[in-house]
Ligand binder design. Structure first.
Ligand code: FAD
Length: 287
């Protein structure tokens, strides 16, 4: 443990990015601390400086903008669950946040920004954001940029939490004609996913499905294009078979842990994906 650990609490974004730049290696951003404090308590991390961003107004609030719903990175899960703008425009995200375990402390302290930056394969928020086509705003010492969330997940060059800050998440509002479902397969109430899937369906006639499967591989898998290709190439197959085929082909390196062995997870990817798509279609037909 680093006994000389320091604490800094910048007053604004400019001060925060300048501090991150000046302090260098060993600096660790802390927001709600729901991810970091357990690691600190177990002695797994030992930062030289904790940079507490919880006072930055630039990372707060939920607002409707021309680009979409802009969600401050400091927005806690409880607010995602209950905020009127999110409930109206992004009901899928509100529902996914309600599936987070950990109880009131995690819901009232854990932030959407911390959840994204942690990039934990079993967490609940990223699959929905990917399906919704979210973008993220990142602030570094030199510039502020907006990139697709999918790019953040796959490019290793970003140093969020050490050199850069996730400031806002920008999500296109859902169309009220769309139907959606999030299915989380878990061992017990409140536990992490063994597999999860998000489906968004635009229209029942010309079936257009957005499908993301999470908690099966290190990163969520966007199956939207491969499912569309499968539906085009095997038009006579049942939808369930098409989903199963797309999942089987995409899950090549499943994770194994106490919530499920890789083979089980690979099999469950198809199961949970079918449940999500069928639930979304049923909701659409009931409209
Ligand atoms: C008991 C328990 C159960 C949980 N169950 C679930 C669950 O079922 N589903 C689920 O999805 N999650 C679950 N979580 C995880 C929880 O949702 C996340 O830990 C939480 O959202 C992290 O947010 P935070 O603000 O506390 O992050 P912190 O702990 O403050 O930080 C997490 C990481 O993100 C970085 N960071 C934070 N904010 C920023 C920022 N704005 N810019 C750059 N870097 C940043 C930090 O440097 C750190 O690396 C659980 C957590 C606990 C403790």
């Amino acid at each position: 443990m680093n006994l000389r650990m320091q604490y800094a609490r910048p007053r604004n974004l400019e001060q925060a990015t300048a501090l991150m730049d000046a302090l260098g290696t060993g600096t660790m951003v802390i927001a709600g601390g729901q991810e970091l404090m357990p690691h600190l308590n177990y002695g797994r991390i030992s930062p030289s400086v904790f940079l507490d961003v919880s006072g930055l107004s630039e990372l707060q609030g939920v607002e409707e903008t021309a680009e979409g719903v802009s969600i401050g990175a400091l927005t806690v899960h409880r607010q995602i669950q209950t905020d009127p703008i999110i409930s109206k425009s992004l009901p899928l995200l509100a529902y996914a946040a309600k599936q987070i375990g950990g109880g009131r402390q995690v819901h009232n302290q854990g932030t959407i920004g911390g959840n994204i930056v942690a990039m934990h394969p079993l967490y609940d928020i990223i699959p929905s954001l990917l399906a919704l086509g979210a973008q993220v705003q990142i602030a570094g010492p030199e510039a502020i940029e907006i990139i697709p969330l999918s790019k953040l997940l796959t490019e290793a060059s970003y140093q969020l939490g050490a050199k850069e800050l996730l400031t806002r998440i920008i999500v296109p509002p859902m169309d009220s004609a769309q139907s959606w479902a999030y299915k989380k397969l878990k061992i017990t109430t409140g536990s992490y996913s063994s597999a999860n899937a998000v489906a968004i369906v635009d229209s029942a006639e010309d079936l257009n499905v957005r499908l993301v499967v999470g908690a099966v591989t290190e990163l969520p898998i966007d199956l939207t294009e491969s499912l569309a290709a499968e539906m085009k190439n095997s038009p006579n197959s049942e939808l369930d078979v098409q989903i199963e085929t797309a999942c089987n082909a995409a899950v090549t390196d499943p994770i194994s842990d106490q919530r499920g062995h890789g083979e089980y997870r690979k099999a469950m990817a198809g199961v949970v994906a079918k449940r999500a798509v069928n639930a979304a279609i049923e909701k659409l037909e009931a409209k």
